[in-house]
Design a protein around this ligand. Structure first.
Ligand code: GAL
Length: 431
C-alpha cells in the first residue's frame, strides 16, 4: 500500500495537459429571484444502467435540496471517453461546469497542476468524511496533503463475466475459475473447437486497455504491476513481454466487429446468455445491466477475478470536483454533500453496481446491496488493492490516452506486433 500511495503522490506532480482552445461548456444559471439555483453536473452516465444509477442519486439530491435544480450535463461515452475531452477544452477556456466526474488518483493530476480545482479538504471536515472513507481511498484522494474530489463509489475492474450457456457447449464448469491465464486460454481453445466463434469479447479501445491492465496484474503480480507506476518495473522488461504475448493471444479470440462499440454492446451476448460468447472482462458497473435484463448472478451469469489476479482488487473510484470559477459553488457543495452522504451512497450504489465509498454503513443499509456487491465489499476489505490504468487511478489522462492509441494500432492490425506495442506503451507511460 505504501507503494500505491507514493505512486499516486508522484502522479499528482505530472505535467498539465496542453490547453485546447475551442467550444464553450454548458450554460449555468442561478435564479436569485426564487432563492433557488441550478447546479450543472458533468458525468458520462448518460444512458442505460449507468443513467439509472445517476437518476437514483439525483432523486436523493432533489429531496435534500428542494431549492436547487440538478442540471444534467452528461456526455455519452463509456469511461468518459468523450466527456474528458470536452472537459479539457472547457477547463482550459475557463468555462468550468459546477462539478464534474473524475476518478480518484492520478487522473486528476493534470487538472490539479493546471490550477483548475479547488481544494475541498474543509468539506471533508464539515461533512465528517475523513473517518467514513477507508484509508486506501483517502490515500488515493490525498495529493500533497490536499483533497480535490469527493467519491461516490468504488468499482472493481478485474472481473470476468461468463455465460453458462456458452461454457456448457465445451463442458466447462462456470463456477470454477481457471487457475491462471494459460488455463483460461486453454478453455478458450476448447470453446472455439466446440463452435463458440468468439470465446471472448472486447469493445472500444478503453475496454481493451482494461483487459490489458488485468493481464499485466496477472503476469507481474500486484507488486510488479505497482512497479510500473513508480519505475520499479520497466515497461521493456520480460514480465511485460510475457503479458503482452498473453494479451495478443486473448485478442485472437475476440470479434473485431465490436472494437468500436461501448462496453454494453460488447457484453450483450453474455447478458442475453445466448451461447455465442463466453467471456468479457469489465468493471462491476455491469451488474446493473444484468439486473435490468432480469438476470441472476451465479445462475444466468457467473463472475470471477481475471485468472491469475485472485486476491487482487483492481480499484477505481468515481469522484466529483469543485472547479475553480464554478458559477454555483454552493450548489456544488450541496451536490458533494449528497453524494457522500449515507443516503446518497446507498441509493446510487445499489443501482450502479459499485460498492459504497463509505465504510461505515449500518448492517441494515448493507443488506440493501445485492449478493454480488456484498461479496465485492468483502473482497475490497481483504484483497490487495491496485489502481486501474483505464479508469484513471494509476496514470494521467495523457498517458492513458496514449496507451489507448497504442492498443488501437496493435489490435486493428491483427494484434500480433507485440514488440511495437511494448515500445509504444513504454513511451506512453512517460506522459
Ligand atoms: C468508468 C466509471 C464507471 C463507469 C464506466 C463505464 O470510468 O468509473 O462508473 O461509468 O466507466 O462507463
Amino acid at each position: 500500500m505504501r507503494r500505491l500511495v507514493a505512486m499516486l503522490g508522484a502522479a499528482a506532480l505530472a505535467l498539465s495537459l496542453a490547453a485546447c482552445a475551442g467550444e464553450s461548456g454548458s450554460a449555468k444559471k442561478t435564479d436569485g429571484a426564487t432563492g433557488g439555483s441550478s447546479v450543472g453536473v458533468v458525468t458520462w452516465w448518460s444512458a442505460g444502467s449507468e443513467k439509472q444509477g445517476l437518476d437514483a442519486l439525483v432523486k436523493v439530491f432533489n429531496e435534500q435540496n428542494p431549492n436547487i435544480t440538478f442540471e444534467n450535463q452528461a456526455v455519452s461515452g463509456g469511461s468518459g471517453s468523450n466527456a474528458k475531452q470536452k472537459l479539457q477544452t472547457d477547463l482550459a477556456a475557463k468555462n468550468p461546469p459546477d462539478t464534474y466526474q473524475a476518478h480518484a488518483g492520478a487522473e486528476l493530476s493534470s487538472d490539479i497542476a493546471a490550477g483548475y480545482l479547488e481544494d475541498v479538504s474543509s468539506l471533508y471536515d464539515e461533512f465528517k468524511l475523513r473517518e467514513a472513507f477507508p484509508k486506501t481511498l483517502m490515500d488515493a484522494l490525498t495529493v500533497n496533503g490536499k483533497i480535490y474530489s469527493v467519491p461516490t463509489n468504488v468499482h472493481r475492474g478485474n472481473v470476468v463475466w461468463a455465460s453458462p450457456k456458452a461454457l456448457e457447449k465445451a463442458g466447462i464448469d462456470p463456477t470454477k475459475a481457471p487457475a491462471d491465464l494459460d488455463a483460461w486460454i486453454a478453455d478458450m481453445d476448447k470453446l472455439k473447437a466446440a463452435g463458440v466463434a468468439h470465446p471472448l469479447t472486447v469493445g472500444a479501445d478503453w475496454t481493451q486497455l482494461q483487459l490489458l491492465e488485468t493481464v499485466l496484474i496477472a503476469d507481474l503480480g500486484a507488486d510488479g504491476y505497482l512497479g510500473l507506476f513508480d519505475g520499479k518495473t520497466a515497461w521493456d522488461s520480460s514480465g511485460v513481454t510475457k503479458a503482452l504475448n498473453h494479451f495478443s493471444k486473448l485478442m485472437s479470440f475476440t470479434d473485431p466487429g465490436l472494437y468500436q462499440e461501448d462496453w454494453e454492446p460488447a457484453m450483450k451476448s453474455i447478458i442475453n446468455n445466448d451461447g455465442n460468447v463466453a467471456y468479457n472482462v469489465m468493471g462491476d458497473w455491469a451488474p446493473a445491466a444484468f439486473d435490468g435484463a432480469g438476470k441472476k448472478w451465479s445462475q444466468d451469469y457467473y463472475t470471477w477475478p481475471v485468472p491469475g489476479t485472485q486476491g487482487v482488487f483492481d480499484f477505481l473510484a468515481d469522484s466529483f470536483t469543485l472547479p475553480v470559477g464554478a458559477k454555483n459553488a454552493d450548489g456544488t457543495k450541496a451536490w458533494l454533500k449528497t453524494i457522500s452522504s449515507p443516503e446518497g451512497q446507498v441509493a446510487f450504489n445499489t443501482v450502479k453496481g459499485s460498492i459504497p465509498a463509505r465504510a461505515d454503513l449500518t448492517p441494515e443499509q448493507i443488506k440493501k446491496f445485492s449478493d454480488y456487491q456484498q461479496d465485492a465489499m468483502k473482497s475490497f476489505g481483504k484483497d490487495t488493492i491496485v489502481p486501474s490504468i483505464a479508469h484513471g487511478a494509476a496514470v494521467s489522462i495523457k498517458a492513458s490516452e496514449a496507451m489507448k492509441q497504442a492498443i488501437s494500432k496493435f489490435t486493428s492490425s491483427g494484434a500480433t506486433d507485440v514488440a511495437a506495442l511494448q515500445k509504444e506503451l513504454g513511451a506512453a507511460a512517460k506522459n
